[in-house]
Ligand binder design. Structure first.
Ligand code: PLP
Length: 454
């Protein structure tokens, strides 16, 4: 489709002034970005009036879809009542109190305290400081190394890029000391010759090897996403998390789950760790907390950690102007109530989740370009592969997946490519017919990719 005059004007102004996230700006300027102007439910429209089915909930966040009036009104009402106040000067405000009450109503009873932030990156940056602070208070200040996973993603600040395992990100800002990494539990790519379960144990035991190498008295925490998202959408083998938990407990290492994309019902449980059956000491949250209607994140602490900080920690030198913002808190409250009271999480577990997973397997299990279909609830990945039986991947799998993503846009569906895999995470309010459309258009994009890259 040729861009309208309106679109061209937007594109040239954007090119003049804006540097976009994770893109080659020069290339983007030459191609011109799509200008997204409107959203309703799972649908987005661009400035030329083309409709897209959003298979990624924006950036894993618009759980309730676009255009929910109750969330908008919650923000507006709060703006009129108390648009802002901070949590510094011996003060608090009703919305942040109500939000905590609501959150600890849906969280497992192991957790008791929250610190609010404005994004997932900030939640994880805070996590780094909080676990180190925790060990200082416990009289073990030398326990300060955080272990993450290669290709894990925890944000794009200096600390979270160091904690995450994207080497190109670390190279950009300079690596920080006291971070270490283990491999990702990516059976399809790395487990050839091993059963998925044997590989799951082996991948988890890398943590034990790393702790012993560094010295347990120096390791503060292991941090990981329950399923790895931006770094390839890797779902661990079923026995992985139990083994990780056993190792963390054995060596007195905190287990920290980055629930930024797995929280708030994505897998059909409220939190990803519940779905995968382990009990972290901290949970980093954002995105689904407000369905992306307004920025907000947080760090959730277990009773043990919360009480340690409160009872023995004195002043915790941490805070931000907008952490716990009353308008964000009001939106989070409306969002969580809608997720809870309208039954969306149960629906993902018992209806739409199994529906999507079955449909994807029926469509792609025997597709000549696809080696593996994985997923839980409303999150899934399909892996491009040259040979499914031998798990042989394409040498240019990133180009293939990128092409498929672009073709997807042309077909009117937004799916994401990452490391040779196509990934999807539609809004929790998706209907069966929207999931049919998502899979059908994804198939068209995959088929076209096969034809066009031959
Ligand atoms: N953690 C995970 C698992 C994420 O996927 C992301 C973003 O996608 C982040 C943290 C960073 O969140 P934000 O982009 O809100 O800073």
């Amino acid at each position: 489709m040729t861009a309208s005059v309106n679109t061209k004007a937007y594109q040239s102004l954007d090119a003049a002034h804006h540097i976009h996230a994770f893109l080659d700006q020069k290339q983007l300027n030459a191609e011109g970005p799509r200008v997204i102007t409107r959203g309703e439910g799972l649908n987005l429209w661009d400035s030329d009036g083309k409709r897209y089915l959003d298979g990624m909930s924006g950036l894993w966040c618009t759980y309730l879809g676009y255009g929910r009036k109750d969330l908008n009104q919650a923000a507006f009402k709060q703006m009129e009542e108390l648009v802002y106040y901070n949590l510094f000067f011996h003060t608090t405000h009703p919305r942040v109190i109500e939000l905590s009450e609501l959150l600890f109503g849906i969280l497992p009873s192991k957790y008791s305290h929250a610190i609010y932030t404005n994004s997932g990156s900030e939640s994880n940056e805070l996590l780094i400081r909080t676990v180190r602070r925790y060990w200082q208070i416990q009289g073990k200040p030398e326990k300060k190394i955080l272990i993450g996973r290669w290709n894990g993603y925890h944000g794009s600040t200096l600390g979270t890029a160091a904690l995450g395992g994207m080497d190109f990100m670390q190279a950009m800002g300079g690596m920080l000391p006291d971070f270490a990494h283990i491999g990702e539990p990516y059976w399809f790519a790395q487990g050839a010759g091993l059963s998925e379960q044997d590989f799951g144990l082996k991948a988890a035991q890398e943590l034990e090897i790393k702790i012993l190498e560094l010295g347990a008295d120096k390791v503060a925490a292991f941090v990981a996403e329950p399923f790895q998202g931006a770094g390839g959408m890797i779902f661990p083998p079923a026995n992985y998390w139990a083994e990780i938990q056993r190792i963390c407990r054995k060596y007195d290492v905190l287990l920290c789950a980055d629930e930024v994309i797995s929280g708030f019902g994505r897998t059909g449980e409220w939190f990803g760790h519940q779905h995968f059956g382990f009990e972290p000491d901290t949970l980093s949250i954002a995105k689904g907390l407000t369905s992306g209607y307004i920025p907000m994140g947080g760090l959730i602490l277990s009773h043990k950690m919360g009480e340690t900080l409160v009872e023995k920690g004195g002043v915790f030198a941490h805070g931000s102007t907008y952490g716990g913002h009353p308008v964000a808190a009001a939106v989070a409250i409306a969002n969580i109530k809608a997720l809870r009271d309208e039954g969306w999480v149960d629906r993902v577990k018992n209806d739409t989740g199994p529906y999507l997973q079955k449909l994807l397997r029926e469509t792609f299990d025997n597709h000549p370009l696809i080696g593996q279909v994985q997923g839980h609830g409303l999150v899934a990945a399909i892996q491009f592969a040259q040979d499914k039986a031998t798990q042989k991947r394409f040498a240019n799998e990133n180009d293939i997946a990128w092409h498929c993503r672009s073709v997807g846009f042309e077909e009117g569906v937004i799916i994401r490519s990452t490391l040779g895999r196509m990934i999807m995470a539609p809004a929790l309010v998706a209907t069966h017919s929207e999931l049919d459309e998502l899979v059908e258009k994804t198939k068209r994009a995959v088929d076209r990719t096969g034809r066009e890259l031959k």
